[in-house]
Design a protein around this ligand. Structure first.
Ligand SMILES: [Zn+2]
Ligand SMILES: [Zn+2]
Length: 195
């Protein structure tokens, strides 16, 4: 395991100076990002287990104390370490409130976002007030609602249009609950689902 972490750290990170490599040897996992991020350990359901995980934690299988799901600390697509505490950016008492949604290196959604997207697609499928075209567009809109991009405005407009049509169904309520958990503040404000 340690050898694996070592080789990944060396292949993924770009170490500018020999001083960085000395740091790597001394405190491998804590400083495994060239940009000083420590590693976060997050369960597959998206609960933050630790935002500055120690090497010993990463060597053993850690389960989430909240839900029992397995903890991960690397992107499953590109193996980049999940970013946690950064002493150059964060105050000492900083705590990671929400798990990051997408890998900072390859941009793929983390497992907890993949699960949420799957659930939202399932919910859309049982919304009987929607026709097939509306369901397809809404499913395609999900990632634009979870992350601000050039399509987000269009996606929000579509949701508001549909909202007028299917406001009070049970499934639509769940769809909004997931958005409330995961969508950026701007999206929640625009859709009127702030706390
Ligand atoms: Zn959990
Ligand atoms: Zn990645």
């Amino acid at each position: 395991m340690l050898a694996k972490i070592f080789s990944q750290a060396f292949t993924k990170a770009t170490w500018g100076t020999s001083a960085s490599i000395i740091i790597l040897g001394v405190n491998l996992v804590e400083m495994n990002h060239a940009d000083h991020y420590q590693t976060a350990l997050i369960c597959k359901m998206g609960h933050v287990i630790h935002d500055r995980a120690r090497e010993t934690m990463l060597q053993s299988r850690v389960q989430c104390p909240l839900c029992g799901a397995e903890g991960i600390y690397q992107c499953e697509h590109c193996q980049a370490f999940i970013r946690g505490f950064n002493p150059q950016i964060n105050a000492v008492d900083w705590q990671m409130g929400q798990a990051p949604k997408y890998c900072h290196q390859c941009g793929e959604p983390y497992p907890w976002i993949q699960e949420a997207i799957k659930t939202m697609v399932m919910i859309i499928d049982i919304l009987n007030d929607l026709n097939e075209a509306e369901k397809t567009i809404l499913s395609e809109n999900i990632t634009d609602l979870l992350e601000l991009n050039s399509e987000t405005d269009k996606a929000m407009a579509h949701v508001l249009d549909l909202s007028a049509k299917i406001k009070n169904t049970w499934g639509w309520g769940i769809f909004f609950e997931i958005l409330k958990d995961l969508a950026p503040e701007d999206v929640k404000t625009h859709l009127g689902i702030c706390d």
